[in-house]
Design a protein around this ligand. Structure first.
Ligand code: C2O
Ligand code: CU
Length: 470
């Protein structure tokens, strides 16, 4: 009878009913919902990455520096190797990165590799994966990134101050199989709260920041500069890697008239490219864009804007060279080799619901909480390695919470129980006021991982927890 039944879930159920339970060959056994979801995931991203054996060694020094955010002013910042952002680190997929971080600040620090699936001990979370790096000390981070894409690095200690003062940088993992764009640009977006003389406002984690969506500045920058001019050529096809490194501000980047396509989110290629339309780039998020500069744009200046507030605010200018247009390469944009359909994922049981809320009190006067608890001592969930999990974030507050899960990629499944149609992985998802958001994932990396709000003031005052994958 089994041979005559077509292999569908319903058919298999019938087959087993009539042929008796345990007797069936496991390959013919009915797949449970969980098994189907895990099967669909296969090939989404790898459990391991074979190292090529090539090791790239980098020295990063965190120290005070002067940086011209708004020339002619010089701003006293904290920086990696003297620049904001720090140096762009580029490695090839399979290569090993060895970064010695030396702390020349007057306070302890650590480095977190945002979005990179690193061995747990390299994740840079003080008190969870390593002790703080004291002033004058060094620590060497060593790992082989498992995924190609746009990632970033930043401190995970006193981050509302350390990141705000300029400590961040970008790590690009290149896949030689992806097409070559004529320029591969990195745009790190940030905003700064500057006082007279372009000095950084020195109060951090204020009651105001905590009662709102963290610290929003009064001046936005691209790569540490206010409204920079970026040289491009008419006809050229460029890849732009946009990173939001702000403490709290959400950007909605726009390139009017350029029809940018989103080819990657949070590092990972999308299942299919899609047009950039009011994409909320929350703190921590990245977007990779495929952009063709129009052939007839020679000599023009095109604006890059932020349209989060509705009114476009200029972030940068694209300065199109006066020369005749160059030839536009016609390759297909890169896309993910596999992405799970997961159309039944909302039927899977919930592994955990995280309740996001605030209460009065605590060292800052307001404490942001996950499940009524504050800080990384809260082990909020244990997820089984290699198995499908569904998680829900329920926001009981009126503020924004971009929730970031270390060491994992997940897919948005639903917002307020309405199915979501995103065709890409994320490591950070923005949860709006009073919203609930469901995500699905198959954890492929074991360890104790931070799960927190990426509005740094919210995280600092308590909106921080851990999950364990085992
Ligand atoms: Cu980008 Cu836990 O951080
Ligand atoms: Cu938050």
């Amino acid at each position: 009878m089994i041979e005559s039944v077509k292999i569908t879930a319903a058919g298999l159920l019938l087959a087993c009913f009539f042929s008796g339970p345990a007797a069936a060959d496991p390959a013919q056994a009915p797949a449970s919902l969980a098994q189907r979801l895990e099967q669909e995931f296969k090939g989404g991203y790898p459990e391991t990455r074979k190292p090529t054996g090539k090791v790239q060694t980098v020295d990063l020094v965190a120290d005070e520096a002067q940086w011209g955010i708004v020339p002619p002013y010089q701003t006293a910042v904290w920086a990696y190797n003297g620049t904001v952002p720090g140096p762009v680190l580029r490695v090839k997929l399979g290569d090993t990165l060895k970064v010695r971080l030396t702390n020349r600040l007057e306070q302890a620090t650590t480095m977190h590799w945002h979005g990179v699936r690193v061995p747990n001990a390299m994740d840079g979370v003080p008190g969870v994966t390593q002790p703080p790096i004291q002033p004058g000390d060094s620590f060497t981070y060593e790992f082989t990134p498992k995924d190609a894409g746009t990632f970033w690095f930043h401190p995970h200690l006193n981050s509302p101050e350390q990141i705000e003062r300029g400590l961040y940088g970008v790590l690009i993992v290149e896949d030689p199989k992806e097409p070559k764009y004529s320029q591969d640009l990195v745009w790190v977006l940030d905003d700064w709260l500057l006082e007279k003389g372009a000095e950084i406002y020195p109060e951090f984690v204020t009651r105001h920041d905590l009662a709102h969506d963290g610290r929003w500045g009064n001046l936005s920058t691209v790569n540490g500069r206010f409204r920079p001019s970026i040289p491009v050529k008419a006809g050229e096809r460029i890849r732009i890697r946009v990173v939001n490194a702000a403490n709290g501000r959400v950007f909605a980047p726009a390139l009017a008239g350029l029809a940018p396509k989103v080819i990657a989110v949070d590092g990972m290629l999308t299942a299919a490219p899609f047009p950039l339309q009011s994409f909320y780039l929350a703190p921590g998020n990245r977007l990779d864009l495929d952009v063709v500069i129009p052939k007839n744009a020679q000599g023009q200046v095109l604006a890059v804007t932020d349209v989060f507030d509705g009114d476009p605010a200029v972030l940068a200018f694209l300065d199109v060279a006066p020369e005749a247009a160059v030839k536009t390469p016609g390759f297909e944009p890169p896309k993910a080799s596999h992405f799970p359909a997961w159309s039944e994922a909302m039927k899977a049981p919930l592994n955990h619901e995280f309740i996001l809320d605030a209460e009065r009190g605590g060292p800052y006067g307001i404490t942001w909480t996950i499940d009524g608890k504050a800080g990384h001592d809260n082990l909020a969930a244990v997820l089984p390695f290699g198995q499908f999990s569904r998680l829900r974030f329920t926001n009981r507050s009126g503020r924004l919470h971009p929730m970031h899960l270390h060491g994992q990629f997940f897919r948005l499944l639903a917002v307020d129980d309405q199915p979501a149609r995103e065709n890409f992985w994320r490591d950070t998802v923005l949860i709006g006021p009073e919203q609930s958001v469901d995500i699905g994932l198959v954890p492929m990396d074991k360890g104790l991982w931070a799960n927190h709000c990426h509005i740094l003031e919210h995280a600092e005052s308590g909106m921080m927890s851990t999950i364990r994958v085992e």
